[in-house]
Design a protein around this ligand. Structure first.
Ligand SMILES: [Fe+2]
Length: 106
């Protein structure tokens, strides 16, 4: 297998990032509606705010891909769906492998 050029590696990495941004947009949009009830209100509001931020990130990455001569992909990473608010919150931590998990309180 031929080695990828540095440009192609950059494009592939940006495509991967774009798929993760799409995943976050979808997950935060859906989860913000699954999290109902007083105890989840603040988190649901935060997720809606973050859904907007993830769209901004996706647009920036898509522009970068276009600049590099690549067509932005249209494939989100898989979003795990659940009607259980705790499952939704837990899956947010699995969406990004580089994100640090919060330290459990004692
Ligand atoms: Fe993002």
């Amino acid at each position: 297998m031929a080695k990828k050029s540095p440009l192609q590696e950059l494009i592939d990495g940006l495509q991967e990032d774009l798929s993760r941004e799409y995943q976050a947009i979808i997950a935060y949009t859906v989860y913000s509606n699954v999290l109902t009830g007083a105890q989840w209100m603040n988190i649901a509001a935060e997720l809606k705010k973050h859904a907007h931020e993830e769209l901004e990130h996706a647009l920036i990455i898509a522009d970068q891909l276009d600049y590099l001569g690549a067509m932005p992909n249209a494939k989100p990473k898989e979003v795990k769906l659940s009607k259980n608010p705790r499952t939704c919150c837990a899956s947010i931590w699995t969406m990004r492998p580089t994100r640090s998990r919060p330290i459990a309180s004692a």
